[in-house]
Design a protein around this ligand. Structure first.
Ligand SMILES: Cc1cc2nc3c(=O)[nH]c(=O)nc-3n(C[C@H](O)[C@H](O)[C@H](O)COP(=O)(O)O)c2cc1C
Length: 303
């Protein structure tokens, strides 16, 4: 049995396997199927300052080897989370991390301040793929200025581990990562979904109510792996890799590319026990390779 523990900023994890935001609810929904305390960290649904209804249906579409979604950050807001959901999940014996989303800097900051007061939330993950309503709806995460501004503002308000989740819909991902690092991020996670589209030819209509949506699942893995490798080589802070991880082998590839931890998203919809299988699979791989600790394979890709 190898030592699977990893640290991300001040966050101590029993293993490098986490669940991706929006794909694992608040964790409790999965507790009847698996021992969720065996997971290194659970990133809960995207939380915004005010409650959001999300986008009209249809907001999901299956694609070959993946899915498109346009859920639109449906949630009941940060205060509801603090008052109603936090008391239910705070004693789950793993790291419960909140994914913080927003459409204005002030909203991100206020949400981060609310999360800062919750003792048993050791970290937040900042979702900067959201449209900036004050700047014509372009996502914060697609310009270095946007990344710098939102990370800097949240860093001043949030005292615990700050993970910044990057959008892959950019030309130079390493620049975005460096902007996040320079403005106080403790860790970078990537990738969020890739912008995609699906059409119903018979009806001559888009399938999603929003026309375009976010692509995730196995289809995005090679892009995610490439971006994780580029970012791990561009920053000194730990990187959390995700995008199309379906099994332990995919997870090991991300660790070799330089990720200190990984997240599993869409695969949870196919197999609710995938996270546990990935923890066991990484452990078996390390044993077979004669490694005593997972740290021995992080960034160990040989070129
Ligand atoms: C239904 C659905 C909802 C999602 N909601 C969020 C969210 O609220 N915040 C966020 O940062 N990412 C969200 N994501 C993106 C995932 O966390 C993840 O970055 C992406 O799906 C890529 O990983 P995967 O291929 O393993 O699913 C969502 C993805 C899906 C499929």
């Amino acid at each position: 049995m190898a030592d699977l523990s990893v640290n991300i900023g001040e966050l101590q994890m029993k293993n490098p396997v986490m669940t991706a935001s929006g794909t694992f609810g608040y964790g409790e929904e999965f507790a009847d199927f698996i021992d969720i305390t065996r997971i290194g960290g659970i990133i809960v649904k995207g939380t915004t300052l005010h409650s959001r209804e999300g986008n009209p249906y249809p907001r999901m579409a299956e694609t070959p080897a993946g899915m498109l979604n346009a859920v639109g950050l449906q949630n009941k807001g940060a205060n509801y989370f603090a008052e109603q959901i936090y008391p239910r999940i705070k004693d789950i014996q793993t790291n419960m991390i909140v994914n913080v989303s927003g459409s204005a800097i002030e909203d991100y900051v206020k949400t981060a301040e609310i999360m800062n007061e919750l003792d048993k939330i050791p970290a937040i993950e900042l979702n900067i793929s959201c449209p900036n309503v004050k700047q014509g709806g372009m996502a914060f995460g697609v310009t270095t200025e946007g990344v710098a501004e939102v990370v800097n503002a949240v860093r001043s308000a949030y005292k615990k581990t700050l993970i910044v989740k990057l959008s892959p819909n950019v030309t130079n991902i390493a620049e975005m990562a460096r902007a996040a690092e320079a403005n106080g991020a403790d860790s970078i996670s990537l990738i969020n979904t890739l912008l995609g589209m699906a059409i119903d030819a018979e009806r001559r209509k888009p399938i999603l109510s929003t026309v375009t949506g976010g692509l995730s699942g196995a289809a995005v893995k090679p892009i995610a792996l490439r971006m994780v490798w580029q970012v791990a080589n561009a920053v000194k802070i730990p990187v959390i890799g995700l995008g199309g991880i379906m099994n332990w082998k995919d997870a090991v590839e991300f660790l070799l590319a330089g990720a200190s931890a990984i997240q599993i998203g869409t695969a949870n919809f196919i197999d609710p026990a995938v996270t546990i299988k990935v923890v066991d699979g990484i452990n078996d791989y390390l044993d077979r390779q004669g490694c005593k600790s997972v740290s021995e394979i992080i960034g160990a890709l040989e070129l």
